[in-house]
Unconditional design. Structure first.
Length: 281
């Protein structure tokens, strides 16, 4: 009996020792559980992973450069300056060019040289100004009308050829057309195409009845036009295409040098490839 009692006591001691170890472990893990409970995670493994500081991702910020508009390439800067001078009706100074185009031509020797030697740019060395040289000198609608009168024997003038001569060309054309000073042939979109001077001495009065008859004539559609002309006894213009035949060059016969086989041994001392020339007696 005494041995059984001893065994029972030793078993209880071991139980108490294990209980103390479990309590100590629980006490150490208690702060972790309190922190984890705030996050709503009960698993110790997940909690330990979540407690580690996370690495922040680097975010790249892209910003638009502050100095944009004219570009840094020499040709783009040259185009910007020339376009500014083209839109200006008066010579521009270096300061004006720099303030309006944001291009400093004084600190760019290459750009300065390109402007000086440009055929469309005129540089005044006295006033230090640049000016655009248009094809025609037009500063007002009166200058445009005088030019059309000067060129009236040559026919109309193309609007595109005058476009770089005056920045307010479009408004000048519309004003002169409204006054009856010029005649304008327009494109389908209504933009001017060809300009003519309207000589008043050729403007004859037309009977209103004739105008009415003219406007009432219906022009057939393009697809129905050949049939309408045929019904009216008219023929459409026929275009004959002439086929260009290259003259055949006469073929030259190739001269072939045939080898002559000498069968007569008694003529071996005579060259048969040469013409026979009789000897003089």
């Amino acid at each position: 009996m005494s041995s059984l009692n001893n065994q029972l006591k030793s078993f209880k001691k071991s139980l108490n020792a294990n209980a103390d170890i479990a309590v100590k472990r629980a006490g150490r893990a208690a702060p972790v559980q309190n922190k984890v409970s705030q996050g709503g995670i009960s698993n110790n493994t997940k909690a330990s992973l979540d407690l580690e500081p996370k690495k922040k991702r680097k975010t790249t910020v892209y910003s638009q450069p502050a100095t944009t508009g004219t570009g840094h390439h020499a040709m783009s800067q040259l185009y910007t300056v020339i376009q500014f001078l083209k839109d200006s009706d008066s010579p521009q100074s270096i300061v004006s060019i720099a303030s309006r185009t944001k291009v400093d031509i004084t600190n760019n020797p290459s750009l300065w040289d390109k402007l000086i030697h440009n055929d469309k740019i005129e540089y005044d060395n006295v006033s230090k100004t640049f000016a655009y040289k248009p094809t025609y000198q037009i500063k007002s609608k009166e200058d445009l009308l005088a030019l059309l009168i000067q060129k009236k024997k040559e026919g109309g003038m193309d609007y595109k050829d005058l476009k770089d001569s005056y920045s307010k060309l479009s408004s000048a054309v519309e004003e002169l057309a409204a006054e009856g000073q010029i005649l304008v042939v327009r494109n389908k979109d209504g933009n001017p195409r060809v300009l003519f001077h309207n000589d008043m001495q050729y403007n004859t009065a037309i009977d209103p009845e004739f105008k009415k008859m003219w406007s009432e004539i219906r022009i057939p559609d393009e697809t129905d036009l050949p049939k309408a002309l045929e019904n009216a006894g008219l023929k459409t213009m026929e275009v004959f295409e002439k086929k260009v035949t290259s003259e055949s060059k006469p073929k030259r016969s190739k001269t072939r040098h045939k080898r002559i086989k000498i069968t007569n041994t008694h003529l071996s001392h005579i060259d048969l490839s040469k013409d026979y020339v009789p000897t003089k007696k």
